[in-house]
Design a protein around this ligand. Structure first.
Ligand SMILES: [Zn+2]
Ligand SMILES: [Zn+2]
Length: 387
């Protein structure tokens, strides 16, 4: 299915580190790359390095004054609350500019690889920092690498970019940057803002032309409900919008074990979502697909397996869920974290779902969420909201 897939990686990407007690611990991407290597997944992709985003590249969407403020914090290591650095969520640390610019540079490298045709698909598992705003850090995010990748594509003359965000949190930063830009379709599926940060992402947030799409799912939603919602909204809109390129954010904090949120997906459900996005990249965007990581705070049991599945999916050689994780990786996990590693690549779930063709149930909170989204945006795309 895939002509070529590229993984953008540099060991220095793990320097994005808010300190030992912060949930976004870089060991999660370190363990991901180790597991992908152990299972031979990295042998089936092209590995490519990256450099930091330049100030001019960051300024495609970030205010110059903000970039300068982040640089000052980077030197001093001291807080600057005016730009959101030095809070519990976003602690100030020395080197924060360099670490954040490198993550942005990795997503720009992924965008360049795909748009210039060097690779059909490309992924930056360290990226997906979707909460960063033009002039403020937010939600563990300093520079908004997926929005920068999209901004770069627009500068190359791309006329239509679709962004699908499956992180458990609303992709508010990306939505905000392109809210009034009809060239960019942003779709975010997330836990309802009534129960989770950042408190936005209601279906009524539709952008100027229906190009902001929000599916706000009730706490407790599991694989079958999540996949039902995804398939009731995302494929129809992508087929209608016909993007020239698809950008996806793969936060895996929708997993049942994630400590920060309240959805109940499994590794198997998340793997099914990634496979669906891969198919949609080929069906609607000529195969041009840029993927990033995102949230994900169960550092050992969830993130490494899910994002190894993501890289494998990009490569066109998916990893069978029953595959053992491998003794070398398990030993590395024990030494590096002191935790007991998962033994296989599955949670043992079968990610089945019913689509909306059988009608919807007005008493079901998931169906109500789906219909709220369809009613808000489908007419703006010439689509009938009724199933
Ligand atoms: Zn492919
Ligand atoms: Zn998240």
């Amino acid at each position: 299915m895939s002509r070529s897939a590229r993984v953008i990686w540099d060991d220095a990407l793990t320097s994005y580190n808010f300190g030992p007690s912060h949930p976004l611990a870089p060991v999660r991407v370190e363990l991901t790359m180790a597991l992908a290597r152990e299972l031979g997944v990295l042998d089936k992709v092209e590995m490519s390095g990256c450099g930091p985003a330049s100030d001019d590249e960051l300024a495609m969407l970030h205010d110059r004054g903000y970039i300068e403020a982040v640089k000052r914090v980077s030197v001093s290591g001291r807080p600057d609350l005016a730009v959101g650095l030095g809070t519990t969520d976003n602690p100030a640390f020395a080197g924060v500019h360099e670490a954040s610019a490198l993550i942005a540079g990795a997503s720009l490298a992924a965008a360049r690889s795909v748009w210039e045709g060097a690779a059909e698909h490309a992924v930056n598992v360290a990226g997906g920092l979707h909460h960063a705003m033009p002039a403020a850090a937010s939600g563990f995010c300093v520079y908004n690498d997926p929005a920068l990748a999209i901004a770069w594509l627009l500068r190359q003359g791309v006329g239509r970019v679709a962004y699908v965000d499956v992180d458990v949190h609303h992709g508010d930063g990306v939505q905000a940057v392109f809210y009034d830009d009809p060239r960019v379709l942003t779709i975010s599926l997330h836990e309802s803002p009534r129960t989770l940060f950042p408190g936005t992402g209601f279906p009524e947030e539709t952008g100027a032309a229906g190009t902001a799409v929000n599916v706000a799912l009730p706490a407790g939603t599991g694989d079958s409900g999540w996949l039902r919602a995804f398939h009731a909204v995302v494929p129809l809109l992508l087929h209608e919008f016909r993007p020239e390129i698809l950008v996806t954010q793969h936060g895996c904090d929708s997993h049942a074990l994630d400590p920060l949120a309240n959805l109940m997906l499994s590794v198997d459900g998340q793997r099914a979502a990634y496979a669906a996005l891969h198919r949609l990249a080929h069906e609607t965007a000529g195969g041009r697909w840029i993927a990033t990581g995102g949230g994900g705070y169960e550092l050992v049991q969830v993130v490494p397996r899910v994002w190894t599945h993501l890289i494998a999916e990009l490569s066109g050689h998916p990893v069978d869920p029953a595959t053992p994780t491998g003794e070398g990786w398990r030993q590395f996990v024990r030494e590096r974290t002191g935790e007991t590693p998962p033994l296989t690549m599955t949670d043992g779930r079968n990610p089945e779902f019913r689509d909306l063709s059988g009608g919807y149930d007005p008493a079901d909170p998931i169906d109500r969420a789906v219909m709220a989204t369809r009613n808000a945006v489908f007419p703006l795309h010439g689509l009938d909201p009724m199933p």
